[in-house]
Design a protein around this ligand. Structure first.
Ligand SMILES: Nc1ncnc2c1ncn2[C@@H]1O[C@H](COP(=O)(O)OP(=O)(O)O)[C@@H](O)[C@H]1O
Ligand SMILES: [Mg+2]
Length: 277
């Protein structure tokens, strides 16, 4: 292979264009109540890398993550995970492809303990919809619960939450609830992890802890897309940064370079300046 072939193409998400991408978004458009929340967005995500997805409020970041996880339909365009067409699959089937996610707002089940919440993440990923097996083979169900519990405990341990395993979410600080959400996603042992502002509401120490965790996951080969307002954190930990503005992709490249591009500076600062004027 020549050097030229191993060079990243400008839009290839920073990796050789020859590899089968972990995720491909092709010309994705989403109309929400007359608003073009996404308008022709394309991006490529390669295995084992940590991608940042930035952009001002309302630029379409959460909409893009919702489309990838099949929680809303594209108006046009296509999304592939590992070459598989996501648009033909349900959210559950997309999880079976190895995708897990956290949400911008806490979505824990308040009546269940921290451990049980994490077990829901593991359960879906490990066993899928094998209801017939559960029904016919009680011994199998017992083995299943042990496996799900072990996965959930391992995920909680990674976030130093094992001491809180029997607590109800409402007894925890907001930052800790966000950590439980991350543990729930990790319990699925995903190949592709989508994180929508996972550090919102966390203090500095918690944010640093999450940053280190995401780097460790990257080291383990988990592909990640991180939505995060702290651009310094993006520059510090992400391999590649995509930036959206008003539903359009306005930048793609090395984080430290992308945040200096004039259209990115304008998207972040110009709006504030205009609002202040
Ligand atoms: N449920 C909805 N109904 C109508 N418009 C929505 C809905 N959700 C988001 N939008 C609009 O879609 C655009 C993109 O929103 P969003 O993806 O949440 O942006 P971001 O996550 O980048 O802040 C915004 O203009 C927002 O007002
Ligand atoms: Mg959002």
């Amino acid at each position: 292979m020549t050097d030229a072939m191993t060079q990243a193409a400008p839009d290839a998400g920073g990796a050789p264009a020859t590899a089968v991408p972990a995720l491909e978004v092709r010309e994705a458009a989403v109309n929400l109540g007359g608003v073009k929340a996404l308008d022709g967005v394309s991006l490529t995500v390669h295995d084992g890398r940590l991608y940042g997805l930035a952009g001002p409020n309302g630029s379409g970041k959460s909409t893009l993550l919702a489309a990838i996880s099949r929680l809303l339909d594209l108006t046009s365009g296509n999304i592939l995970i590992g070459g598989a067409d996501v648009m033909r699959r349900s959210p559950f089937q997309v999880a079976q492809l190895g995708l897990a996610r956290t949400f911008q707002t806490v979505r824990l089940m308040p009546q269940f303990s921290v451990l049980e919440n994490a077990m829901f993440g593991a359960d879906q990923a490990v066993f899928g919809s094998s209801f017939v097996k559960q029904w016919l083979m009680p011994w199998w169900t017992r083995g299943r619960e042990a496996q799900v519990r072990a996965r959930a405990e391992a995920a909680l341990d990674r976030l130093h939450l094992m001491d809180l395993r029997d607590e109800l979410p409402l007894n925890l600080s907001y930052g800790t609830q966000r950590k439980v959400e991350i543990a729930r996603a990790l319990a699925a042992e995903p190949h592709l992890l989508l994180l929508d502002e996972p550090t919102a509401g966390m203090n500095r120490a918690e944010r640093d802890e999450i940053g280190e965790l995401l780097l460790r996951l990257r080291h383990e080969g988990v592909t990640q897309i991180l939505v995060e307002h702290d651009l310094k954190m993006m520059v510090d930990i992400c391999d590649h940064l995509y930036v959206l503005d008003s539903g359009h992709r306005i930048a793609s490249g090395r984080p430290a370079e992308v945040i200096r591009e004039p259209q990115v500076v304008e998207a972040y600062l110009g709006r504030g300046r205009r609002a202040a004027a």
